[in-house]
Write a protein that binds this ligand. Sequence first.
Ligand code: DQQ
Length: 539
Amino acid sequence: NAMLTWQRTGFHFQPPKNWMNDPNGPLYHMGWYHLFYQYNPDSAVWGNITWGHTVSKDLVNWYHLPFAMVPDQWYDINGVWTGSATILPDGRIVMLYTGDTNEGVQVQNLAYPANLSDPLLLDWVKYPGNPVMVPPPGILDTDFRDPTTAWAGSDGKWLLAIGSKVNKTGISLVYETTNFTSFELLDGVMHAVPGTGMWECIDFYPISTTESNGLDTSINGPGIKHVLKASLDDDKHDYYALGTYDPSSNKWTPDDPVLDVGIGLRLDYGKKYYASKTFYDQHTQRRLLWGWIGENDSENADILKGWSSVMTVPRNVVFDKETGTNILQWPVKEVEKLRSNGNVYENTLLEPGSLVPLDAGLATQLDIVATFNIGEAAFDAIKEVDVGYNCQTSSGSYDRGVLGPFGLLVLADQSLVEKTAIYFYIAKGVDGIAKTHFCADESRSSTATDVTKSIYGSSIPVLDGENLTMRLLVDHSIVESFGQGGRSVITSRVYPTKAIYGAAKVFLFNNATGINVTANVNLWNMDSAYLDTLPLAQQ
Ligand code: DQQ
């Protein structure tokens, strides 16, 4: 079926077939980036969880390797679940992961490469003394999972966090170890947020408030904040907050309690973005982020097409020095080498109600950067409008507001029966202060009926004098959209039936009634990345 085949991506990582979920244990070793992932070898739905393994030299082209770990021990026979890597100062690699035991208990296990001098890290040894951590008193057997990368504490001790919950309060437990075989639970919790439920896949790392390089997970001190991220099992979204970590009390405190973990900022406002994980790339001094993007189609469709889920393009994470309130996420610069046939559109005037086609050639794999300038006089004249605007409850790109929506339509067919809209929408308070929203409208992305189609997004910080700008990575059934340099990100999964192959088009649109918008666009076709087995010559 051509339509289903078309949905496979050209430059987003996917296994050759079957089910994938969380990214696991990302690391850089001897010239190779390693990514492990939750994988079902037998079908396109979750189960039999095994660690898939892939490597890349450039974060763009990926080689599929044999499984790193399979469920074959009593302590992981029901699944080799999510884990993280720690690289010790002497170069050893420690992998801690959750095992679902023969009795359905969640325990933490240790594994390590059999041969550290193998750049591909093909063989993994499970520590014979596993498990190394079992659920502590007061924690349910099914609420204890996903160890983080460890960071160095005092006196040669290592610390790591594990997500859990007590009643409906999401918590982060911290364990201490010297040898990664015996662990001690520290008193209290590093952080807890009532009402957020089970915290899966905690991610915890330092971020520099002054420099643009990433930091090794063990770094702390002046000019550093700590990001705490949890994946909320109850609502299946990833939330993060910026805060301060005090190792002496083992407490992390959010900068702003209103923007605490699970109630404040989302890592990605897409419907499907979950279980993300960063690692410190010591090779290029970057903090790189992977996220798992599930499907919005039906399980039947997944079985028919034989696969489910893709990974985001890896994103570089830095502190947003301009706002001071959020991180910035941006596709790693390596993906730009896939750009070809660049096209520039300068000062395209978009009057109210206008629609302008962009000549994008084969528009199924694209990188688009678009900047929008607003006619200032008209904008200033408008005092109060759409104060209560909210992407989720709006009619999306079809709205005709005074100051929005305007943006891009991608994966659109010529007659616009199908289209995915990424747009800005500006609201203004009585005080005349603008609040900008960055939204994705999938509601008309497909004529298929077994597909969830939503409108979502968030408000996005826009500083005085800034233009509105968005970058879109379009890749068949996925669109990653970065607003204002990555202050807010929205990943969409869409399933066009008409706007596929040569029929896929791109348009600029302005449905605002009260303003002219001038757009500047850079658009590139994206070549496909290599996503296959490792050629013999490379081994
Ligand atoms: N996926 C894993 C768990 C984790 C969940 C199991 C998050 O370890 O909590 O596949 O998606």
